[in-house]
Each structure stands twice: as C-alpha cells, then as structure tokens.
Design a protein around this ligand. Sequence first.
Ligand code: SF4
Length: 263
Amino acid sequence: MDLDVRQRAMLEEMGLRIFDPRPDGRTDDTPPEPPRHSGGKPALAAGSMAPVAPVVPVVQSVALVPAVRPAGVESMDWAALEQAVAGCRACTLCEGRRNTVFGVGDPQADWLIVGEAPGENEDLQGEPFVGQAGKLLDNMLKSLGLARHHKVYIANVLKCRPPANRNPLPNEVAQCEPFLRRQVALLQPKIILAMGRFAVQSLLNTSEPIGKLRGRAHQYNGVPVVVTYHPAYLLRNLPDKAKAWADLCLARELLRDNAGTRP
Ligand code: SF4
C-alpha cells in the first residue's frame, strides 16, 4: 500500500513494522540509496503504519527451491564451510548466481568487515567489495594500516547475488545467516565493522537507521560491532566520509581495548 511520510512516521512512532513494498526497499529515514551495484548497497525492511490496520507483511517470493543447506554448518572448518556455501541451494538465489561469494582475507584477521550481498562484479569474480566501492574500502583500510589480506577478513551477509541487485529478502537472510555466524566463530575477530544498513540490521537484528546506531559499540555473538555507512553510499555522499572515519577510529579504539581478551 502507498503510505505517505506522515503515515510512515506514525507507524514508526507506534513501533509497528511492515516490509516496504517500494521498489528501492527503503524503510527508514536514512538517505535514499540507488539500486545496488558492484560493491553493493544496503537497504531493508521498514517501520510504518497504516491508517487502516492491520499491518501485513508484503508477500515476498519465498523459497521456490527446496531448502538444501548442508547439515552441521556450526561445526565445519573453513574448507568445509566454503565447500558448503559453494554447493548451497537453500534459497532461490542459487538459481541466478555465477559464483558464490564466500569471503576473502586473512583467516587470522582481527577485523571482520561485513557487507550486504554480492553485486554484479562480485558475482562475476567471486569476491566481495570489488569495483569503486571496493577501492574506497581498500583506501579506508589503508588509512588504518590495514589491507584486505592483512589482518582483515571481508564477507557479506548473503553469499549469492540477488537478481538485478534487488534487496535481500528476509527468507534469504535467514537461510544464509548460519554461514556468516560460523565464519565469525572460526575467525574470532576482535572487531566487526558492519557496513551499510542491511548488514547492520541483519547483524544487530534491528530496524533502527544507521544514524541512530553509529558512535557506540554493539555486540554480535560476543564480538564488538561498530556500525558505519557502506562505501557505495559514501561515494554518493562525500560529506559523510568524515562520519565513516570517526566510525573507523571508534572501531580501532574498541579493538585495542579488546586486544587482551582474545585467546
Ligand atoms: S544466498 Fe546463502 S542460503 Fe541462499 S543459496 Fe546462496 S549460500 Fe545458500
């Protein structure tokens, strides 16, 4: 249904949520983002309210493929986990992928960067954060004395590309989430940097906009999480680079505080 700004604000005030049927999937008051492309761009479900209740989730195209995710993900090692992802058919995204995008980086990394989902170039190359957004991420890491293969591991919430770079669906996130959870368990990073609204909302299980989550530490399975903007967003919103830099500095500070706690 079409909701105007005031109606959406009312819904948010009431704590009611629906999945946003708008084509761009925007669901909160953060700046609008164009369709995802190489490098990805987040977006998500929203809160809103209708003058006519009840609020009903929009029916998404759910699981046309039988859920087939290998058993025992929670006890797999890296090699088994990567192999499981490569053969996964637990959601319909398996039908259109050219490559799964497992992740890339240092298996002993202190930093885990989590993005949203593969875009076209990521799907082609099988690597997350390539293209212009990837270059910006590399520069951001370089400013901290890091690189994607040095003390850093990079992964997405989803391992397969959504068609036409549309936003991931809740069912897809639910099916894919065990892989990222296992990656975190194997990696035991000292800090997670969640980049973009979709990664943030998936990791933290919240619909709060990034602007309200930045500037403080969150937790994902015992690991500190810092929230920041996706590089693709920063490419279009240059003034927010200063905020992203502040987020990186916060993450570095938390990592130092957490340095002594890693086994
Ligand atoms: S997106 Fe995740 S759950 Fe869906 S098919 Fe790919 S690996 Fe499996």
